[in-house]
Design a protein around this ligand. Structure first.
Ligand code: AMP
Ligand code: TRP
Length: 333
């Protein structure tokens, strides 16, 4: 059966291997045979202070990354969130459906707000209701995301169910399923295998950016943290070896092989052998994407035309749903 797919990526620059392997690569696979909506979530980005000029260029870069990774602008709806007003309007309604206790459990808020919660934006706190609005406006059945978004997806399901209960309209809001890879769904920092690879990491050495050139990739992988043992032969042995697990996981994911096959390939070998093979594979798979991003960024008019077309299509679908939502709420139109 055709799935209705929705996912979003923040235009906060520096998209990396974690974004690609955890999310964007799946977006590309799902475009065959499904109805897909992919959104650059600029309203989510501003929950943390952004430089307006940079936000604009990062939005274009995120669109360029979608296209360079293989998303077809005709097959999929590709747009930016702030252009379609139904997202913020529905988010407000969902703020009134959601409970403060639910928000208080969100670990991403705790991580992003850090020690100074009093000074975090209110937007950062209600970030998950906007995410729920994104997904639920399109009657999405499946949401491909990296492992770090699992809790937000569970919350989205709770919000959908509560809306249907509160307004006595079972099935009106579709309760979506997360699509999260089973193995190595979280790509970790090259400098610390227990921390996720993240745009906000102060050390650029910990991430492989999709824009990195060959020399950069070789040097970052060469300097990636390791341990002192030879590479293991079983998954069980990977348990307490986060760096080995991460590098082998990246290799498996990029080579489209199961981890068991990768373990067989590298068992007993040392890290430097794995690093040579891994660098070559990253260069083969990622550098062409980086080059295509650069090319696309030279044609801003084309990128804007993709956004405009996507906005028109997203606006049509979401405004119809929002109108029905208003009826359920009892708003006079
Ligand atoms: P963001 O850049 O936070 O908007 O994330 C965009 C997508 O990339 C989301 O689906 C995230 O779950 C995914 N993602 C971000 N970082 C990682 C990571 N280190 N490993 C796997 N997926 C990730
Ligand atoms: N919160 C997601 C992230 O940080 C981005 C996002 C916003 C999203 N809206 C979404 C992802 C809807 C999936 C579906 O990565």
């Amino acid at each position: 059966m055709k799935k209705k797919i929705f996912s979003g990526v923040q235009p906060t620059g520096n998209l990396h291997l974690g974004n690609y392997l955890g999310a964007i690569k799946n977006f590309v696979a799902l475009q065959e045979g499904n109805d897909c909506v992919y959104c650059v979530v600029d309203l989510h980005a501003i929950t943390i202070k952004q430089d307006p000029k940079l936000l604009k260029s990062n939005t274009l870069e995120t669109i360029a990354t979608f296209l360079a990774s293989g998303l077809d602008a005709k097959k999929n709806i590709i747009f930016n969130q702030s252009s379609v007003s139904a997202h913020s309007e529905f988010a407000w309604i969902l703020n009134c459906v959601s409970r403060i206790g639910w928000m208080n459990r969100m670990t991403q808020f705790k991580e992003k707000a850090g020690n100074n919660k009093e000074n975090a934006s209110v937007g950062l706190y209600v970030y998950p209701t906007l995410m729920a609005a994104d997904i639920l406006l399109y009657d999405s059945t499946h949401v491909p995301v990296g492992d770090d978004q699992k809790q937000h997806l569970e919350l989205t399901r709770d919000i959908a169910q509560k809306f249907n209960n509160d307004f006595n309209c079972d099935g009106f809001i579709t309760v979506p399923e997360p699509l999260i890879q089973k193995e190595f769904s979280r790509i970790m920092s090259l400098k610390d295998g227990t921390k996720k690879m993240s745009k906000s990491d102060p050390s650029s050495q910990s991430i492989i950016s999709l824009n990195d050139d060959k020399e950069n990739i070789v040097s970052k992988i060469k300097k990636a943290k390791t341990d002192s043992l030879p590479l293991p032969s079983t998954k069980v042995e990977l348990k307490d070896r986060p760096e080995a697990g991460n590098l082998l996981g990246i290799y498996s994911n990029l080579s489209e092989n199961k981890i068991e096959k990768t373990l067989t390939e590298f068992k007993g070998k040392n890290f430097s052998y794995l690093k040579d093979q891994l660098s070559a594979l990253i260069i083969e798979k990622i550098c062409p994407i980086g080059e295509e991003i650069k090319k696309l960024l030279n044609d801003k008019n084309y990128l804007i035309s993709v956004l405009n077309k996507g906005t028109e299509r997203a606006d049509l679908i979401s405004s119809i749903k929002l109108k029905k939502i208003h009826e359920k709420m009892g708003f006079l139109s």
